[in-house]
Design a binder for this molecule. Structure first.
Ligand code: AMP
Length: 571
């Protein structure tokens, strides 16, 4: 989120500046940069098209808080949200931003919770009401709230509200808010139903578009694993085991599937829970509480239940099967890589879903990278490495173990360091090692993603030479920054063990879990096979390397090329 502008230059005043400073916001995000000045300067209808997680709440929250009349305790703004979770999150964010405003009163009203208490809160007089549409209408019908006084109506995640069937409710609320001076509509996508609301209820709205519509956030890497139906659960389990730091949401198509997978994972000892519409509101609250606190590491959820989940630092979104439409894929994936962070969206698919995957690729203009389902050995290696790394990092200065050390040391007498490590590993990982001891390879072979040297295909090798035009061929190797790989060590590895001259090596991109290398199509790429039993220097982990052909692209210079720009320093 690096940018040159500041919240001051956007027109935000103290004490809101103090509020957002406490929240750790240093620079405005792109949506905030574009929306805030306009929403402060003009009392006009505005549409903002931006993805979830881009800082939308502050984009409307700050201008709103700045303009609310704090001396009057009547409803001045309505904020509609598709879900209770999002409503609570918005209200919480507004309270934090407005922490130093005296006389600010915000009510949050949503279904599934005692209405009397919400009515009491409204009676005390509030300026801002954050609501889910159904409950708001209920309150209107009970005459617990008057919408006529609202000057601002803000629709957050408008496309989600329509997806959830709130169309008529939104129409009703907009009709009731007769004195509204402006409607701010925030949405990630712009389906026809939203256009209809715009035509019917908004007056010459300005449109602010941040990023591309229907696009997923740029910090997300999209990966997929192809598995047979009977191996889908085991694949999921392997992926969870392969990512010891995983904190994520697994999306399923049905409530029953979410519950069943959660139950199976729990029985196996994973910190997993299900979130779906068959749970009572109190149960859903508990699940979300556990997830936010990270005592639940894996949330199994249906699309509907997961709407509006605003939890930061979600490392992975896993699609247990692809969703049917691109909007669902966008929304699911948008739960990770929030606030400029990075994240991974993993799809576990059947072979017959490949076509759907290609369609998503085309429509969303993203690239799915195929990855191989980790083998038992790779998983154990990763877990052991992670465990011993943690052991190295642990701060034991305050552990009250000193008084027991002598006794422990004497009981360990005679054991070498190697034996001790072996014993710790066997003790800590007995279940894992046992489970994966005989684990078979679950990968479903796919022609285009066969490793270039692991399963050398004559056809592929000859294709490389047949088409040896002015092209770069990109190869992916499954080692990256996380394994201790650097650009220099990757380059050295290539030059030391293959026939490739330096000028045949193009861009080298080191990513966290894997790296990409562009090689000249005219070079002798069969010599890549020699990398098989070697490894780049200084690697921290010993994952066996596999190299896949990823794509080709025409290049402008000829081979053998100029000695200069042979390795471009992109990262
Ligand atoms: P939102 O799209 O409003 O749900 O925001 C997504 C996440 O980004 C939340 O955790 C916000 O607290 C955070 N966030 C919003 N604006 C900023 C900012 N300017 N700087 C840093 N974090 C932000």
């Amino acid at each position: 989120m690096q940018t040159t502008s500041s919240f001051e230059t956007l027109g935000i005043h103290e004490p809101l500046l103090a509020g957002i400073r406490d929240m750790g916001f240093e620079h405005p995000t792109p949506v905030q940069q574009q929306a805030i000045p306009r929403l402060i300067a003009q009392q006009a209808d505005t549409i903002v098209l931006a993805q979830t997680g881009t800082g939308k709440t502050a984009a409307f929250g700050l201008p709103l808080l700045q303009q609310i009349d704090l001396s009057v305790r009547q409803v001045q703004a309505l904020i509609l949200s598709p879900t209770r979770e999002l409503a609570l999150q918005i209200a919480q964010d507004l309270k934090e931003m407005g922490k130093y405003l005296s006389g600010l009163h915000i009510a949050t009203v949503y279904g599934g919770s005692a209405i009397q208490q919400q009515m009491r809160q409204l009676r005390q007089g509030v300026q801002i009401v954050v609501a889910t549409p159904g409950r708001l209408i209920d309150l209107v019908q009970r005459q617990a709230i008057q919408l006529q006084t609202a000057r601002w109506v803000i629709l957050d995640e408008a496309d989600e509200m329509l997806n959830m069937g709130f169309r008529d409710d939104i129409h009703f609320i907009l009709q009731q808010a007769t004195q509204r001076q402006c409607c701010w509509l925030f949405s990630a996508t712009m389906p026809a139903e939203i256009r209809q609301i715009v035509r019917q209820f908004m007056h010459e709205p300005a449109e602010i578009v941040v990023g591309k519509q229907n696009t997923v956030a740029s910090g997300i890497s999209h990966e997929y694993y192809v598995a047979h139906a009977q191996h889908k659960f085991e694949t999921l389990r392997r992926l969870i085991d392969f990512h010891p730091e995983l904190f994520g949401i697994v999306f399923t198509r049905t409530k029953a599937e979410a519950q069943e997978i959660a139950d199976r994972l729990m029985r196996l000892g994973y910190e997993a829970e299900a979130l779906h519409g068959d749970l009572s509101q109190a149960q859903r609250d508990k699940v979300m509480e556990h997830f936010r606190a990270k005592t639940t590491r894996i949330l199994l959820a249906t699309d509907v239940a997961a709407r509006g989940i605003d939890v930061d630092n979600i490392s992975h979104v896993i699609h247990f099967g692809l969703p049917d439409d691109l909007e669902s894929y966008t929304h699911r994936s948008g739960r990770t890589a929030r606030a400029g962070r990075t994240g991974t969206s993993i799809s576990i698919i059947h072979l017959h879903e490949m076509e759907k995957l290609r369609r998503l690729e085309k429509m969303l203009r993203i690239r799915f990278i195929r990855r191989s389902i980790p083998t038992g050995q790779q998983i154990c290696e990763k877990q052991l490495y992670h465990y011993f790394e943690q052991l190295k990092q642990i701060d034991f200065s305050r552990a009250d173990i000193q008084i027991y050390l002598r006794a422990i040391q004497s009981s360990l007498e005679g054991l070498s360091k190697e034996e001790l490590i072996e014993r710790i590993a066997a003790y800590e990982f007995q279940h894992l090692l046992k489970h994966y001891a005989q684990a078979k390879d679950l990968n479903v072979p796919l022609p285009e993603a066969r490793p270039a040297y692991r399963n050398p295909s004559r056809q592929q090798a000859s294709q490389v030479h047949e088409q040896s035009a002015e092209e770069w061929i990109t190869f992916r190797v499954n080692i990256g920054r996380a394994h201790g790989l650097y650009k220099a060590s990757l380059l050295q590895w290539l030059l030391d063990h293959t026939e490739l001259p330096r000028s045949a090596v193009g861009k080298l991109i080191i990513l966290d879990q894997y790296s990409l290398m562009e090689l000249d199509a005219r070079a002798d790429l069969s010599s890549l096979q020699r990398l098989q039993n070697t490894r780049p220097q200084g690697l921290l982990s010993t994952a066996p390397e596999e190299i896949f052909l990823v794509k080709r692209r025409p290049k402008s210079r000829t081979y053998p090329g100029s000695q200069a720009s042979s390795v471009r320093q992109d990262s």
